[in-house]
Design a protein around this ligand. Structure first.
Ligand code: SF4
Length: 234
């Protein structure tokens, strides 16, 4: 597995659990606003048990969040093996994913406890955000799999001026609602250290934008959460 490091303790990366965060290296997307672009390459190649060793003796945590990069870009057998070791140590597992690997997502869903999946744009503009022509089609397939599963999950959009406006968010909420999504998170865009330097010049929407639009989205989705310097359901 291509491993980029671990954060020993987080209170914000796994709902209702103290967790460690494992960073995997590699992502099929090139979102211009990405702040984790240093994980596009590099890292070290390790076996699952080496990563597990980094977290299983951390007695403060109740779970482990896999993030990246894109965790599902890793070898499936090794992912399953790592999840198995963590579960043997009574740790819950969450995966952050961009939804580009529906088949792998389906394979691990029954093994894990929580999924946070990005929905980055309206389908017609998805490729503009990700740099991949087939991204919308694959993400919609993942959405369907997730919505038909028993796993606890959230769908989230980082709201980036020039890429996503209020009209787009309403359309996204309408699509998510048609799949039965019940928890939708609007995430604050941060313009520090973005992959595309031009995005460092873009000012995020003000806080009241998130709350005003969030309230409109509740017409489609019962639980809308704003992550803007903290988290709040609206
Ligand atoms: S923001 Fe985009 S490019 Fe960056 S890790 Fe997530 S999916 Fe990959």
């Amino acid at each position: 597995m291509r491993y980029g490091g671990v954060l020993d303790l987080s209170t914000v990366d796994f709902p209702k659990r103290l967790c460690a965060v494992v960073f995997f290296v590699g992502c099929p997307f090139r979102c211009p606003y990405c702040q984790n672009h240093r994980l596009f390459s590099g890292g070290i190649e390790v076996k699952p048990e080496i990563i597990a060793r980094e977290v299983v003796e951390n007695y403060l945590i109740e779970g482990v969040c896999f993030t990246g990069g894109e965790p599902l870009m890793q070898n499936l057998n090794e992912l399953v093996e790592l999840i198995g070791i963590l579960k043997d140590h009574s740790l819950d597992v969450k995966i952050d994913t961009n939804g580009y690997y529906p088949d792998k997502l389906e394979r691990v869903l029954d093994l894990i406890d929580y999924v946070a999946m990005d929905f980055k744009s309206i389908p017609d503009r998805y490729h503009e955000v990700t740099g991949r022509k087939d991204s919308a089609e694959r993400v919609l397939k993942s959405l369907k799999i997730l919505a038909n599963s028993n796993v606890d999950y959230e769908i989230r959009t980082t709201v980036v001026p020039t890429l996503t406006d209020e009209h787009d968010l309403l359309r996204i909420a309408e699509i998510l609602s048609s799949y039965g999504v019940r928890r939708y998170v609007l995430q604050q865009f941060r313009n520090e250290d973005t992959f595309d330097p031009k995005f460092r010049e873009i000012n995020p929407y003000p806080k009241d934008f998130y709350y005003r639009v969030g309230k409109r989205l509740k017409e489609f989705i019962p639980n809308v959460i704003v992550r803007f310097e903290g988290e709040e359901s609206i």
